[in-house]
Write a protein that binds this ligand. Structure first.
Ligand code: PXP
Length: 239
């Protein structure tokens, strides 16, 4: 199972002062040297953390795999066509949300998502969709012929933190990952994963890659980025 590190919050620290440090480009290089097999950034409509300049430079400098999360909007498709990351993950986006709040509803927004997938694939960019662990959503992803899905582990992580019915949420993720793989989709997962809840998700053999951001950057603020990434990589390997 590969680890992709989401470095948005390195840029959050920079944007807190609208300065030029810390640079997410330097952070990406450190993550890769520490064993990350991918770098993820979320280019939000309000550019609250990652800026276009970051995505442009990262697309040229990341030596593993650059995944850019974005809304399925014409503006973002244009950016992706210019920046050409290895992969785009389509996510829902609300201006006043603190972080992505749930999976993209591919049933509700089917025709727009279909068009966006085709535009990105035509530009030579791999595409993934962030979805809730829901079989109907996954079947629709299969119908739309998207190559990959990222299963939302947010509900599992919330339940784990509260220690209530988290095994039921884990079961949903497990079932969804298995079903998605059977459908021939590439299976990624992420949201809310941390050093305490990683074990049960890292044990799921149907998942190829995890996207982890906040917990790694939070630990990095105290122990350093290289150590924070190495510790997560080793927890994922231990299973
Ligand atoms: N996957 C998606 C689609 C996300 O939007 C995010 C948050 O940017 C993550 C994974 C990473 O979540 P976290 O920061 O909670 O690890």
């Amino acid at each position: 199972m590969r680890l992709a590190v989401n470095i948005d919050h390195i840029a959050t620290i920079r944007e807190a002062r609208k300065s030029d440090e810390p640079d997410p480009v330097a952070a990406a290089a450190i993550c890769e040297l520490a064993g990350a097999q991918g770098i993820t950034v979320h280019l939000r409509g309000d550019r609250r953390h990652i800026q276009d300049r970051d995505a442009e430079i990262l697309a040229r400098t990341v030596s593993t795999h650059l995944n850019v999360e974005m809304a399925a909007s014409p503006e973002m498709v244009r950016v992706a066509q210019t920046v050409k990351p290895h992969q785009v993950t389509l996510v829902p986006e609300r201006r006043d949300e603190l972080t992505t709040e749930g999976g993209l509803d591919v049933l509700l927004h089917s025709s727009n998502i279909d068009k966006t997938i085709r535009q990105l694939l035509d530009a030579g960019i791999d595409v993934s969709i962030f979805v809730d662990p829901d079989l109907e959503q996954l079947r629709q992803c299969q119908k739309l012929r998207v190559p990959k899905v990222e299963i939302n582990t947010g509900k599992f992580a919330e339940a784990f933190a509260r220690r209530v019915s988290w095994s039921a949420e884990l079961e949903k993720v497990t079932t969804a990952a298995k079903a998605a793989r059977k459908m021939g989709l590439g299976v990624l997962a992420g949201h809310g994963l941390n050093y305490r809840n990683i074990d049960s998700i890292a044990a799921l053999t149907d998942i190829e890659e995890l996207n982890i951001g906040h917990s790694i950057v939070a630990r990095a603020a105290l122990v350093g980025l290289e150590r924070a990434v190495r510790e997560m990589v080793s927890l994922m390997k231990r299973i």
